[in-house]
Design a binder for this molecule. Structure first.
Ligand code: SAM
Length: 256
């Protein structure tokens, strides 16, 4: 796919793309990749690390399991999974932006855990066989895909029947306080612009605003063949962990 740089035109409640969203997202992450981890630490006061660990714990990831992290970026979620599955387990990560994978390679190699196999691939057409993984995770990635339901269906397809699907994501909060609004719409783009690419850090709050809320996300998961969904709300409702299990019958019913 061409790495054409496209700009996001902003309106108050939505993000419009001059070109496809996929092209915009790929080009944007390719550009911010070298500073992605640093900015995550600064902008979330390192809380993003705790959120992924909590998601792994809530999903009950255990020794010997086989896991996949999609939209893996620099691989932070994959590393947490690898620690939980131990040397008996297996972890794969996939992302469609090679510079993000490359930016995370040092961390992946330095960490003391089982090796993680990284693959370049689109979450909407995953390059994995059906029914392989005990747990499939996505961290701060589902908001960025072109079609959320295609991505969720693919995540469910590659999970074993009864396997877990974990979505850690910023969700559109209900009734945000003025302080959080100021942080999201002023401080975050300002700091992002100072250290990286400003429009990328404008995109984050705008994409949150136009993204689904936690109820809508749970409903989309259900319609993608995932059930028994539980939701943990964090950080004043701006971040949520949705966990569900693959249900083949539901998947077939909705795909008819
Ligand atoms: C905000 S980063 C999240 C990275 C990582 N999961 C984390 O927790 O920090 C979003 C990632 O999703 C990837 N991405 C977005 N849409 C994708 C798609 N359709 N297929 C594969 N990767 C995608 C981007 O390349 C980027 O690396």
């Amino acid at each position: 796919m061409a790495q054409e740089v496209v700009t996001a035109a902003r309106t108050p409640d939505t993000v419009r793309f001059n070109g496809s969203k996929e092209q915009y997202v790929q080009a944007m992450f390719a550009e911010i990749a070298p500073r992605y981890d640093l900015l995550n630490d600064l902008l979330s006061f390192r809380m993003h690390r705790k959120w992924r660990k909590l998601a792994v714990r809530l999903a009950g990831v255990s020794s010997g399991q086989t896991c996949l992290d999609v939209c893996t970026g620099t691989g932070a979620f994959a590393v947490d999974l690898a620690r939980a599955v131990g040397t008996e387990g297996k972890v794969a990560g996939s992302d469609f932006c090679p510079p993000m994978i490359k930016a995370g390679l040092n961390t992946l190699q330095a960490a003391s855990h089982a090796p993680i196999r990284m693959t370049v691939g689109n979450t909407e057409t995953l390059p994995f066989a059906t029914g392989v993984f005990d747990v499939v995770t996505v961290g701060f990635g589902i908001r960025n895909v072109e079609s959320i339901s295609s991505a969720l269906r693919e995540m469910a397809r590659v999970a074993k029947p009864g396997g877990k699907i974990v979505v850690l994501e910023f969700t559109r909060p209900e009734g945000v306080s003025p302080l959080i609004n100021w942080y999201l719409f002023h401080f975050l783009p300002w700091l992002g612009g100072l250290l990286s690419r400003r429009d990328a850090y404008n995109y984050l709050p705008q994409s949150m605003k136009s993204f689904v809320n936690r109820h809508e996300l749970a409903q989309t998961m259900e319609q993608s063949g995932i059930d028994n969904i539980t939701v943990r709300s964090l950080n004043f409702g701006t971040v949520c962990i949705h966990i569900g299990t693959r249900n083949e019958a539901k998947q077939e019913a909705y795909s008819r």
